[in-house]
Design a protein around this ligand. Structure first.
Ligand SMILES: *Cc1c(COP(=O)(O)O)cnc(C)c1O
Length: 421
């Protein structure tokens, strides 16, 4: 069967024919047969240079051989124990080594689960109910954070999901990104009631939107002053901008950190961690309940540890950041010379061309929403025809991986030039 037929069949059994909404696009998404390195192959016989990369985890590209060997070896010893095992400690230590703000970790299975538990922990620790998130910030698909969430929720134009009781999001306040003044106002107005501010240090699910110069420092200063916990959701930026994540890259220390995506080496994982004094409140050592059948499973932690070992050895984050810098510079020149109305955004290995009116800078969710998403989708289709797979949404970040060769990058930039205008 070809992609079109598979999509029709899938749509009879699975809503929209996809297991996660962002994967859907018109007229139908290609169905993958396999993936290796920088390439993803569809069942129709086409190969694409992949910049979607499963939305973030595949910083080494698809099907890395060393990760594969480690996982196969682990499979020989079993893939789920339901007991403690030594490899959890190996990954925990690797994370703690690179993140001075983290003294203890709890592994879960997804980023969504990790933010859910991290927020619960912040509420338990502070004995307060309210949280503040950033407009368009995405922290997974659970009720308390599905308020103007980014990612698929923005693309589909349903920022507030049906089925989320109003009462459940009453305690979720929102402020725009890159505006520390407003954050300060909201914190002052809700003095003594806010448990935590949860923030992606670089917004990753409404494009990539980096913080303005002093923004994260200001957020840290204000939250300390107001005695509110600062949670960095580094599910995308962790082990990507630097081994120590955005907190190392920008030099700002949060109270709690959420990791996911890359930390599982391409297998399902999530993690929340922070100072011992906070983390020891997690069950069974404390009264904040959190649990999971598949948590800390030996396959995910083995793959994650191997991935981090390779990143350490190869200096991957720095190398990828250079590639990203070069791509953004070429794209900026291209746009400047062509007169196309767009804005090249990103930092490190995250990049995106926003179809921004007048080429205006995109600093927050409202700016991202003003972009031409329909125009972007036309461009996305033209790139697909040219053999380049970008995420099928104006609001998703493009990633470059360690598996992308010089000639992949050259070909990609050529395709941008031919298809952007
Ligand atoms: C992807 C993502 C999540 C959710 O992680 P899942 O593993 O998809 O549940 C949370 N926060 C951010 C910033 C993400 O990019």
């Amino acid at each position: 069967m070809n992609s079109k037929e598979l999509h029709e069949l899938a749509s009879t059994y699975i809503p929209g024919g996809v297991s996660s909404p962002v994967r859907a696009y018109k007229p139908y998404p290609f169905f993958t047969s396999r993936a290796k390195g920088s390439r993803i192959y569809d069942v129709d016989g086409k190969a694409y240079i992949d910049y979607c990369l499963a939305y973030g985890p595949l910083v080494l590209g698809h099907a890395n051989e060393e990760v594969k060997t480690a996982v196969i070896e682990q499979l020989g010893h079993g893939w789920l124990y339901g007991t403690p095992h030594e490899k959890e400690i190996v990954l925990a230590k690797k994370i703690i080594t690179h993140y001075p703000s983290i003294e203890m970790v709890r592994f879960v299975n997804t980023g969504s689960e990790a933010t859910m538990a991290g927020i619960r922990l912040a509420r338990g620790f502070t004995e307060r109910n309210k949280i503040i998130k950033i407009e368009g910030g995405f922290h997974g698909a659970h009720d308390g954070v599905l308020v103007k969430a980014g990612s698929g929720a923005t693309t589909l134009g349903i920022p507030d999901s049906q089925g989320v009781p109003k009462d459940l999001v009453r305690n979720t306040l929102q402020v725009p990104f890159n505006d520390s003044g407003l954050l300060n106002d909201v914190l002052e107005k809700n003095h003594g009631e806010v448990a935590a501010v949860i923030i992606e240090p670089v917004m990753g699910n409404v494009g990539p939107i980096p913080p303005e110069d002093d923004y994260l420092n200001e957020v840290r200063r204000i939250t300390t002053e107001q005695d509110v916990l600062l949670i960095f959701d580094e599910v995308i930026t962790g082990f990507r901008l630097a081994l120590g994540g955005a907190q190392d890259f920008y030099g700002v220390t949060p109270d709690l950190t959420i990791l996911g995506k890359i930390v599982g080496g391409g297998f399902p994982i999530g993690m929340f961690g922070g100072k011992k004094a906070i983390m020891e409140l997690v069950a069974p050592s404390g009264g904040v309940y959190q649990a999971g059948t598949f948590s800390g499973n030996p396959v995910s932690v083995t793959a994650g540890s191997k991935m981090i070992e390779i990143l350490e050895r190869e200096g991957v984050p720095e190398k990828l950041n250079e590639v990203g810098d070069r791509m953004r510079a070429v794209l900026r020149d291209m746009i400047h010379d062509s007169g196309f109305e767009g804005y090249v955004a990103g930092v490190g290995s995250m990049f995106k061309v926003f179809f921004s009116p007048g080429g205006a800078k995109v600093k927050n969710y409202a700016d991202a929403l003003s972009c031409d998403k329909v125009g972007y989708l036309g461009f996305f289709q033209r790139m697909l025809s040219a053999g380049v797979f970008l995420p099928p949404s104006q609001f998703e970040t493009n990633f470059v991986s360690f598996a992308h060769s010089e000639s992949d990058i050259e070909r990609t930039l050529g395709a941008y030039k031919a298809n952007l205008v």
